[in-house]
Design a protein around this ligand. Structure first.
Ligand SMILES: Cc1cc2nc3c(=O)[nH]c(=O)nc-3n(C[C@H](O)[C@H](O)[C@H](O)COP(=O)(O)OP(=O)(O)OC[C@H]3O[C@@H](n4cnc5c(N)ncnc54)[C@H](O)[C@@H]3O)c2cc1C
Ligand code: FES
Length: 250
């Protein structure tokens, strides 16, 4: 996979959450597509060797942004001020746009791909409701930033809640008023969305299987799906990472 050296224009950090904006004049990202990203150099040479998958968060025609949480070495390096950035072109299959009305549901810090999706829906005049969880673990600055960046969203604080996904989903009310529910969140939230929408309303889920090659050759991102009545596996990096909920076999 070709990685492009890009110019980082902006970096902001809210605790363990990081926003990077870089100049991008290549292929326009579709909502729900991701890029593979790694630092251009590090003190330890090529470490980390593998790039990390991150959703395209926002795009304005000239700059593309990534919103991520520092989890381990790869994301910590990406967050460091002096690091140069290498990124792939946008990859994978994203969300299919519906004419609405639609609901967007984001869990925890996994809301990243919903920004670009919301923007495209606004442009196509689609009626949408956005529900975003603000977990207790999120830094205050991040919560403030989310409310600024998703001004129309219903923010659902879940500090101390036993089952955050259910708290967020209970805010949607009658699901039959929606033509599609789009979700990006932790596995528990995606499973909950799949369960509540089954047989009622189509849902599209942004999955996050761990990835290595991201070009379809290693099968490291295999995800179970139903295909012609059989349980089988497809590659999340090529056939996904967004899937219709009813296709996912979990
Ligand atoms: C298609 C796709 C899009 C993604 N988009 C985003 C995004 O927009 N913002 C964001 O914050 N993260 C996103 N992720 C997750 C991100 O890629 C991982 O957090 C990152 O690769 C961790 O790398 P690391 O070197 O920092 O941590 P590692 O040292 O590799 O791992 C640190 C910890 O994070 C866990 N972890 C690593 N990868 C994942 C994963 N895919 N899912 C769940 N847990 C994981 C590990 O089990 C470990 O506990 C996305 C993942 C995929 C597959
Ligand atoms: S990450 Fe290698 S096939 Fe998907």
């Amino acid at each position: 996979m070709k990685l492009h050296a890009v110019e980082v224009l902006y970096r902001e950090r809210f605790g363990d959450h990081v926003l990077i904006r870089y100049r991008w004049t290549g292929t326009i990202p579709e909502p729900g597509q991701f890029v593979m990203a790694r630092t251009a150099t590090s003190r330890r040479g090529f470490e980390p060797f593998l790039s990390r998958p991150l959703f395209a968060h926002d795009y304005d025609g000239e700059t593309l942004s990534l919103l991520f949480e520092i989890r381990g070495r790869g994301t910590a390096l990406l967050a460091s001020e002096e690091a140069g950035l290498l990124v792939s072109a946008p990859l994978g299959r994203g969300f299919l746009l519906d004419s609405g009305p639609v609901a967007l549901v984001g869990g925890g810090v996994w809301v990243s791909p919903l920004k670009l999706l919301a923007k495209r829906l606004v442009r196509s005049g689609t009626t949408r409701d956005v529900y975003l969880e603000i977990p207790g673990t999120a830094p205050k600055a991040y919560a403030a930033w989310i409310s600024e960046n998703f001004p129309d969203a219903t923010l659902v604080p879940t500090d101390g809640c036993k089952d955050p996904s259910q708290i967020v989903l209970s805010r949607l009310g009658d699901l039959t008023r929606y033509a599609t529910v789009y979700a990006s969140g932790p596995a528990e939230m995606l499973a909950a969305v799949k369960q509540v929408t089954a047989g009622t309303v189509p849902a599209q889920l942004a999955t996050r299987e761990r990835m290595a090659c991201a070009n379809g050759s290693c099968y490291g991102c295999a995800i179970p799906v139903w295909w012609r009545g059989e349980r089988t596996y497809v590659r999340a990096c090529v056939e996904g990472p967004v899937f219709p909920a009813e296709v996912l076999a979990w």
